[in-house]
Design a protein around this ligand. Structure first.
Ligand code: NAD
Length: 414
C-alpha cells in the first residue's frame, strides 16, 4: 500500500517540479513507533499484540489520524495511511499534520474486556508521543467512540483532564455532534458536487456501496435521503441488492443486530466482491484498500467513483479508470469529512464549548465543497485527473508550510 501512495506522490511531485531533497523531506515519516502490547486474555492466557503509530508530517500542525484494529495492521499500512492523512488535512485546510496507527488484533474474536485492556496498554506505551498538541488519534476500521473514550480516560490518568487527546469520542464524553456520520456526510457532499459536474441529478442515480461500517452505512443513508437509489451493498460476509432501492435504515438495524448485511430480507443475496462490478452510475468503495484492481477494473461499470475507503484503487486500476473517463473522487478528498469534524471536536474540547449539529453539518459541507472546488481547479489548470490534483494541492500546501518554517533552499512551483 505504501508503494501505491508513493506512486501518486511522485506523479504529483513531478507536476510541482519538486526537487529531490524536498521530495525526501515530504515523503519520509518523522517518527515510527512499534510497541508490544501484552494482556491476560479472558482465559488467563498471555497474549501479545503489536501496536503501531507512524507520525508522518507536522508542518501544518499537530498530527492527526485514525487507529485501526485489524489482523493485517503493520508498519507498512500505518506509514501509507499516515502519509495520506498529511495530504488530506491540507486539502480540507485544517491545522493538522498526518499520522496513523493501529493494533494487529482481531476485534471480531475478542471480548470487550480484552479490547479495553489492549487499548489501555497502547496508550500507556505511546503516552509520550500523543497529546492534544502532538498527535491526536481518531476512529478507523474496527474502532469506535467507546474505544476513543477509553483512550481519553487512560491518557487523562497521566496528563490530567485531556478530552482533546482523541476525537470521535462518545457525545457524553466530550464528543462532537455529527462526528459519527461525518465521513459518510462528506462522501455525500462530494458526490453532490460530482453529480453537478456530470450534469446528473440525485433522482437519476443508482448507487452501489462496498463496506457497510461507519463510512459505508452513513454515506448510504444520507445519499438515499437525497433521493438516489442504493441498489447494492456488500460487506466482508456477502452482499444484498434491490433494484427498487434498498431500505437503508432497515439495513442499518439489521447490521446492528447481525454484524453483516448478509441475510437481510429486504433484497436478494449475492457474492460480496461482485458489488465492485455492479451495473450502477455510482460506486462507493467504503471497506478496505485494494478493492478495485487490475483483475476487476475492466468490469467496473460505474462512471463516478467516490472513494470512502482509504486506498481502495490500485495505481494500475486508477490509470485504466482515468483513461476511460471515469470520474474518481480520490480518498484524500472524498473521505476527509471525518477528520474535518474531528478538527471541530478538538476545537470544541479546547474551548470547552459545544456546537449544535446544524453548525457542524454546515461547516463540514462548506469545507468539503471548497476542497472539491480547489482540487477540480488544479485538475483543470494542470490538465490532470482529480487524484493527482488532490495530491498536488496537498503537497503544495504542506511544502509551503515546511519551507516557511525552516531554511529549505529549494523552491516549489506554486
Ligand atoms: P468499519 O470497521 O466501521 O467498517 C468496515 C466495513 O468494511 C464493514 O462493513 C466490513 O464488513 C467491511 N469489510 C471489511 N473487509 C471487507 C472485505 N474484504 N470485503 C468487503 N467488505 C469488507 O470501518 P470504517 O470506519 O467504515 O472504515 C472504512 C474505510 O474508510 C477504511 O478504509 C477507513 O480507513 C476509511 N475511513 C474511515 C473514516 C472514519 O471516520 N471512520 C474516515 C476516513 C476514512
Amino acid at each position: 500500500m505504501l508503494e501505491d501512495s508513493h506512486y501518486y506522490f511522485q506523479k504529483a511531485a513531478d507536476v510541482l517540479n519538486l526537487p529531490g531533497r524536498l521530495r525526501e523531506i515530504l515523503w519520509i515519516p518523522i517518527r515510527t513507533v512499534k510497541v508490544d502490547l501484552v494482556i491476560d486474555d479472558d482465559d488467563g492466557k498471555l497474549q501479545h499484540y503489536q501496536g503501531y503509530r507512524v507520525q508522518h508530517n507536522k508542518a501544518r500542525g499537530p498530527m492527526k489520524g485514525g487507529l485501526r484494529y485489524h489482523p493485517d495492521m503493520d508498519e507498512d499500512h500505518a506509514a501509507a495511511l499516515a502519509n495520506l492523512m498529511t495530504w488530506k488535512t491540507a486539502i480540507v485546510d485544517i491545522p493538522f499534520g498526518g499520522a496513523k496507527g493501529g493494533i494487529n488484533c482481531d476485534p471480531l474474536t475478542m471480548s470487550e474486556n480484552e479490547l479495553n485492556k489492549v487499548t489501555r496498554r497502547f496508550v500507556e506505551q505511546t503516552k509520550e508521543i500523543i497529546g492534544p498538541t502532538i498527535d491526536i488519534p481518531a476512529p478507523d476500521v474496527n474502532t469506535n467512540p467507546k474505544i476513543m473514550g477509553w483512550i481519553m480516560d487512560e491518557y487523562s490518568k497521566y496528563a490530567g483532564f485531556s478530552p482533546a487527546v482523541v476525537t470521535g469520542k462518545p457525545l457524553e464524553l466530550f464528543g462532537s455532534e455529527g462526528r459519527d456520520e461525518a465521513t459518510g456526510r462528506g462522501v455525500m457532499v462530494v458526490l453532490d458536487e460530482a453529480l453537478k459536474d456530470r450534469g446528473k441529478s440525485w433522482q437519476d442515480v443508482r448507487v452501489a456501496v462496498h463496506g457497510f461500517g461507519n463510512v459505508g452505512s452513513n454515506a448510504a443513508r444520507l445519499i438515499a435521503q437525497q433521493g438516489a437509489k442504493i441498489v447494492a451493498v456488500a460487506d466482508h460476509l456477502g452482499g444484498v441488492s434491490n433494484d427498487e432501492g434498498l431500505d437503508v435504515e432497515a439495513l442499518g438495524l439489521w447490521v446492528a443486530e447481525h454484524r453483516s448485511v448478509k441475510g437481510f430480507p429486504g433484497g436478494a443475496a449475492f457474492n460480496g466482491p461482485e458489488v465492485i462490478m455492479w451495473d450502477t452510475d455510482v460506486l462507493i468503495p467504503a471497506a478496505l484498500e485494494n478493492a478495485i484492481t487490475e483483475d476487476n477494473v475492466d468490469e467496473v461499470r460505474a462512471d463516478i467513483i467516490i472513494e470512502g475507503a482509504n486506498g481502495p484503487t490500485t495505481p494500475v486500476a486508477h490509470e485504466v479508470l482515468v483513461k476511460r473517463g471515469v470520474l474518481v473522487v480520490p480518498d484524500i478528498l472524498a473521505n476527509a469529512g471525518g477528520v474535518t469534524v474531528s478538527y471541530f471536536e478538538w476545537a470544541q474540547n479546547i474551548q470547552q464549548f459545544r456546537w449544535k449539529k446544524e453548525r457542524v453539518d454546515e461547516e463540514l459541507t462548506h469545507k468539503m465543497r471548497k476542497a472539491y472546488a480547489a482540487v477540480r481547479d488544479v485538475a483543470e489548470k494542470e490538465n490532470i485527473d482529480m487524484r493527482i490534483a488532490a495530491f498536488v494541492l496537498g503537497i503544495r500546501r504542506v511544502g509551503k508550510a515546511a519551507t516557511s518554517r525552516s531554511y529549505i533552499p529549494e523552491k516549489i512551483k506554486l
